[in-house]
Design a protein around this ligand. Structure first.
Ligand code: ADP
Ligand code: MG
Length: 284
């Protein structure tokens, strides 16, 4: 008799199969963010990042369903989801390790050595990853420099889909000031298109708006968007009324035109990621 077919990959894994790297007995922390704490580890002989999600911030079953879709996304500019632990809280999310951490920190740390050709390269690669998600009808919902990770000359989009399954905003985490819960949905206000905030309806065109904000972050080496408008409600009013951020210092006019196109009021007037990718590649 033939043996039953083995599942291709074991996706839900035992916690004990993850090894946490340690220094002086302490787990090595890669970062702390909105979704929880991220540690360095090993899984099946591979270096990985293990995100430990704060209890109560997601429904494990909803997350597992979403993770089944996330795992099918494979592209050089998309973070690979390797495995999950969802049977008990806290939820573990195991992804490939990205040596240089988040793009936001990378931009801030390396502004002296980065030049426009690096900035265009970052934009091209993120657009390429997002073009792939767009083609696969997958909406990110939380595209921002904090959610792009950096490796050796490679930039990958991370944390896609997580905002959709978030049920509670962890309050004491860094970056929590950027998120607001509106009608049960957690929104990064400064990265979200005004129409999506108002209607609570998300399309890839909201991701395109967020991509424009991400271009702004790239061109300013990680400045906070709309830094001069502290109050979020005031910000929503201003942006709905047509206010847009001015061209950053030293940002080429053609790059500013691309980010401005992402911020068109009507979502149908915003470009597709496919054409953003082409337009940005033309700047190289
Ligand atoms: P946020 O998106 O709010 O910054 P995250 O929980 O997604 O929070 O991640 C926290 C930090 O951990 C990131 O800013 C980054 O520095 C680090 N990090 C997350 N995932 C990885 C990874 N796969 N490889 C390396 N570092 C990571
Ligand atoms: Mg993140």
């Amino acid at each position: 008799m033939m043996a039953a077919a083995q599942p291709e990959t074991i996706f839900e894994i035992k916690r004990s199969s993850i090894y946490f790297c340690r220094k002086a007995k302490e787990r090595i922390q890669l970062g702390k963010g909105f979704f929880g704490v991220v540690f360095k580890g090993h899984y099946k002989g591979e270096k990985v990042a293990v995100k430990i999600v704060q209890d109560g911030s997601m429904n494990p079953q909803d997350f597992l369903n979403e993770a089944q879709i996330m795992r099918t996304m494979e592209h050089p500019n998309i973070i690979k989801l390797l495995a999950v632990c969802t049977k008990k809280e806290p939820i573990y999310i195991i992804t490939e390790l990205m040596k240089k951490g988040s793009l936001l920190e990378y931009l801030k740390k390396n502004r002296q050595t980065l030049d426009i050709s690096h900035q265009i390269e970052m934009a091209v690669q993120v657009a390429c990853g997002m073009d792939y998600l767009e083609n696969n009808l997958y909406i990110h919902r939380d595209l921002a420099a904090r959610n792009v990770l950096v490796g050796e000359n490679v930039y990958k989009v991370a944390d896609f889909g997580l905002a959709r399954v978030l049920i509670k905003a962890p309050s004491d985490s860094p970056n929590s000031q950027y998120y607001r819960v509106i009608e049960g949905v957690c929104l990064p206000i400064r990265w979200t298109a005004p129409d999506a905030i108002v209607s609570n309806r998300f399309t890839i065109k909201n991701d395109v708006w967020s991509f424009g904000i991400l271009l702004y972050e790239i061109m300013t080496f990680g400045m906070e968007p709309y830094a001069n408008i502290k109050n979020n409600n005031k910000l929503i009013k201003r942006v709905t009324g047509g206010y847009r951020m001015p061209c950053p210092r030293d940002c080429p006019e053609n790059m500013y035109q691309i980010m401005s196109a992402c911020w068109m009021m009507q979502e149908n007037d915003r470009p597709l990621f496919e054409s953003l990718h082409t337009m940005l590649s033309d700047l190289q």
